[in-house]
Every structure is written in C-alpha cells, then in structure tokens.
Design a protein. Sequence first.
Length: 146
Amino acid sequence: MKVGPQAAKWIAKKAKAGFRGDPVGTLAFYGPDNRRATKAAVGVVDRPDVDPVDLRTWSVGSGDVRSSPRINEEIVAFLREHGVRTVAMAEGLIGCPHEEGIDYPEGGSCPHCPFWANRDRWGGAFGRSADLARSRTALASRRDQA
C-alpha cells in the first residue's frame, strides 16, 4: 500500500500515540554524529521479553534516511505488513551506523565515527552506559503505563 508523502508523519504519529498493544515496531536511527542519520533499523516484537520476529535496516551514502520519502514509505509498509499496533522510537540518533564485531573489532570504538567514542548514546554525556538495558526498561515502562 502506497503511503505517499505522509509516511514520515504516519511514523511520528504512531510513535507519539504511546503503547497501543502488541506487536511493537521499534525504530532507531544511527549516524556518524548526532545530526545526520545514515541508517534506520526497524524491528518487530510480537510480545514482551522475546527477540524481534523480523529486523530490517535502511542506509544512505549521503543525505539523511529520515528525509527520504522512499525509505519512509518502505518503513511504513514493513510495519503495516507485520500488523504493528505500537511504534517505539528513540528521540534523535542513538549511535554509530557501523556494527561492532563486523565493521570494527569487538570492544573497541568505531574508527569511522569518533563522535560516538565513549559517549552515552542516550544522554550525550561521555562514559560507557548500558544502552540495551535502558531501551528495554523504557519499552517495558511504556507497556506498564498502558
């Protein structure tokens, strides 16, 4: 189903609506710094405490994935295909688009994205943080509020 130029608006509206039930679509943006998103990752979780049933990423070499009508339309189609009722989306970018252990060695900092080295991706401060635990806690908190 074609969404048209309203795809970005649909995504923002779904994310703002809060928890509306399962399945939940998670949307995260990554980039070389905190201004330009070069990668979007979207996962679908059927119920709490399980791994995503599907995960897809989109990337751009230049520009910003958030301003690409084609990518936004594909994200909406992906979420609708899975019958997503809730969209959980972090504000801003949450890290480097390169994957630890794949694009650079485990335990190190990405050599391509010095902005993110030793930076708390959620608060912007320097220092190591438990990012995954925080995102799961935030999602669980949203579910509890519903």
